[in-house]
Design a protein. Structure first.
Lengths: 437, 305
């Protein structure tokens, strides 16, 4: 029986969807437009009169800068959208949470209700697109939004859909969360967001079927172009950015350089589509996001995967008699994709203090650990959770060590970020072509 | 006079329903297809036809005309659907014929068995096939034991033993056929059941062989039923995207529905997705008109007789 998410065919990590939502509040867009105090980089906005001696940085809706590691952004806090005061007592509730389906352990929700005496109501979405459409109508005021990622952030800010956080409520943030994610480039000072879980784009495979030691390959991604013997059992992620950036990462890895996974160079994107298209002939490649299920069942042997899916597979999806040790995962140490999603508080939240309290609850080391091993599978960026600790406690086999992300993987890897409208179209075209077979 | 209006009022719920859930919704698709997108890559519908922007539609049509990806999937969709229709007819007609003419007192039971698959959701039936056709599934083992698997491999319809779900075109066609077959059989049955037995008896009395009577009387009389059934199942087949998603997932079996699904859900091409939806709708409209014309001429002939 398939997971409900598969049937929608929508990936949980739809990285691309940055910009969704029905009618766009043009007025809202203007609020943060312009560069003053919104970015650390000079010349981040094209055509705003700054020096032509700097390379222009990509801009998104309303001329807002699109964050990049070399273009970190501090989002302004504007007068009509300020964080809540300190020491506000919990509101009456119920706390309205908006989250991906099956992306939060219900037992923890119960525990929070017991702890606070407030009811929690969860509404779910299946794609970031869907979430945006609903959020931007403004019809429903969610207190807490979970699971959106940095590629969605510019859209959220542009439409003023979220409010700044008051860190005095988030006592668990500083001691528990990796220092690497406390001041991310996409939201300097974590003014609007706090990370939820992290993952890498890598390779999941059945080590009982595939004899190549993928881990030991100089460029592990090459295995996909050598996968003819496993024809019909090979798959890439059904997500245009993740899949198309794979050959881009492969090429860069061969040459030992850093890839630009957010490239807007038409030729590069086109070539990535052509390279990926070769897999159609080589392996009759499938395009799927059901790795956590098909790998354990042996329906696929080689899968481009999100690290968390392999952990989830080991935790809950192994068929009777198949040990989790048949699963292997390789993820990039550098020159690949490693990223995170986050919590944020809705602009029109009726229970903002309670929402902060819930975030802090989720940032608790024990709660975050339980949420991971009992339900979600994806790793929270908690200082106390390491691959060794999971292996020692017998939760995952050694072959999945790399599925547990380490903080030092963040800097040398990249996140898939929102592109400019023009750049996005190249990716769309290449993806359409690949998907047409 | 007033009673005539009472009867006409009966059409109101249907008209209201269609206006809201079909016409209005369809107009939204049109307004999006001839609209634009904003800096968030979100579609902006142009409601006033005078403002319509034909740029995206032209781009989409050009993609098709130049043999781009949309052309590839359109052709594939037509081929898959045509083959599925042929298979459905080859399987469905004899069944409907048997039920209508030879089932005798078992007619009720046969009909019940025909309707039975309706009781289970389409997705559920497809999911069942995933288990049946998996490498160690029941269907896979059966097909292997009766030699079908080897035959299919020999004629290149299957790549490897037990590989039915490994992105095989034939599996998708088979799944489409299976999924929509009941919708073909029922209207066919209704038509065949209504054929006046005396026509056939007359043909036999005049010296026609059973086969000739079938060919010259039953078959022509059931033609509207065949057409109705084929149209009924071809429309959803053309828009289908979850069947290839479930039983194949390969890029080689992606249909036009998959492209539309992907365009409207991933990336910044929702407007193009709307254009493609419109193009498909226009093509299907052509099919519908053909059906209406074909059945009308059949009716006219019936009246003449």
């Amino acid at each position: 029986m398939a997971h409900p998410k598969d049937r929608s065919g929508i990936s949980r990590r739809n990285l691309l969807k940055g910009a969704a939502g029905g009618a766009l509040g043009i007025g809202a867009i203007g609020v943060l437009a312009g560069c003053e105090n919104t970015t650390t980089a000079i010349g981040a906005c094209e055509g705003d009169g700054t020096s032509n001696l700097v390379v222009p940085k990509p801009t998104g809706p309303g001329g807002l800068p699109l964050p990049r590691p070399d273009n970190a952004v501090t989002w302004a806090i504007v007068p009509d959208n300020e964080p809540i005061e300190d020491n506000v007592p919990d509101e009456e509730g119920p706390l309205a949470i908006y989250n991906y389906a099956d992306y939060l352990d219900p037992a923890l929700v119960k525990a929070f209700q017991k702890l606070t005496g407030r009811k929690v109501e969860i509404a779910t979405y299946n794609s970031a697109d869907e979430a945006f459409a609903k959020l931007s109508t403004g019809a429903v005021g969610f207190d807490l939004v979970m699971g959106l990622s940095s590629s969605n952030l510019v859209g959220l800010i542009a439409q003023q859909l979220i409010q700044p956080l008051n860190h005095s409520y988030l006592k668990n943030f500083e001691p528990n969360i990796w220092p690497e994610l406390q001041d991310p480039f996409y939201d300097r000072g974590s003014r609007y967001t706090v990370p939820y879980v992290v993952w890498s784009d890598g390779i999941g495979w059945r080590n009982d079927k595939i004899k190549t030691d993928i881990d030991a390959m100089k460029v592990p991604w090459d295995i996909f172009w050598e996968s003819a013997p496993y024809k019909g059992k090979v798959a890439v992620l059904d997500d245009q950015r993740d899949a198309l950036s794979m050959p881009i990462q492969r090429d860069a890895m061969r040459e030992g350089r850093r890839p630009d996974v957010n490239t807007e160079d038409e030729a590069v994107v086109k070539q990535a589509g052509v390279d990926l298209g070769q897999l159609t002939d080589i392996a009759n490649v499938k395009v799927a996001i059901t790795d956590y299920q098909t790998l354990p069942e042996g329906k696929t042997w080689l899968h481009q995967s999100w690290s968390g899916d392999l952990l989830g597979a080991a935790f809950y999806y192994m068929p009777k008699g198949v040990p989790a040790s048949v699963l292997s995962y390789w993820g990039p140490e550098k020159n690949g994709v490693v990223q995170n999603d986050f919590f944020c508080v809705g602009r029109t939240a009726k229970n903002p203090a309670l929402a902060h309290r819930f975030i802090n609850f989720m940032l608790d080391a024990k709660v975050a650990y339980d949420n991971m091993v009992n339900f979600v599978g994806y790793t929270p960026p908690q200082v106390s959770i390491t691959a060794d600790s999971l292996i020692t406690s017998g939760l995952i086999p050694r072959s999945l060590t790399k599925a547990v992300i380490r903080p030092e993987q963040f800097a040398p890897n990249q996140q898939l970020m929102q592109l400019t409208v023009a750049g996005q179209r190249y990716w769309d075209a290449a993806w359409s072509k690949f998907k047409a077979g | 006079m007033s009673s005539r209006w009472t009867w006409r009022l009966l059409a109101f719920p249907g008209i209201a329903w269609l206006s809201v859930f079909f016409l209005m919704a369809f107009y939204v698709v049109i307004a999006v297809a001839f609209g634009n997108q904003n800096t968030l890559s979100e579609p902006v519908a142009f409601w006033n036809p005078l403002d319509w922007n034909v740029g995206y539609m032209l781009e989409t049509l050009k993609n098709i005309a130049n043999g781009g990806p949309f052309f590839t999937v359109l052709v594939r969709t037509f081929v898959f659907v045509t083959l599925a229709l042929i298979m459905a007819l080859a399987i469905g007609y004899p069944v409907a014929y048997f039920a209508a003419r030879h089932a005798g007192r078992w007619k009720g039971l046969v009909l019940l068995l025909l309707i039975l698959p309706f009781w289970i959701n389409y997705l559920m039936r497809m999911l069942a096939w995933i288990n049946l056709l998996s490498p160690d599934g029941l269907a896979t083992r059966f097909l292997s034991s009766i030699g079908i698997e080897r035959l299919f491999i020999a004629v290149d319809l299957l790549a490897t033993e037990g590989g039915w779900l490994e992105g095989q075109s034939f599996t998708v066609i088979m799944a489409l056929t299976y999924g929509y077959l009941p919708f073909l059989i029922l209207p066919l049955y209704a038509f065949l059941d209504r054929i006046d037995q005396r026509h056939i008896e007359a043909a036999r009395d005049l010296g026609a062989s059973p086969f000739s009577a079938f060919r010259r009387v039953t078959l022509p009389l059931s033609r509207p039923g065949i057409l109705a059934g084929l149209v009924l199942i071809s429309l959803p087949m053309f828009g289908d995207y979850y069947t290839p998603d479930l039983v194949s997932q390969s890029t080689k079996t992606n249909l036009i529905g998959n492209q539309i699904d992907q365009l409207t859900r991933q990336g910044s091409s929702k407007v193009v997705g709307a254009c493609l939806t419109l193009i498909l709708a226009v093509l299907l409209l052509g099919l519908m008109f053909y059906y209406l014309r074909a059945t009308r001429t059949a009716d006219d002939r019936g009246d003449d007789r």
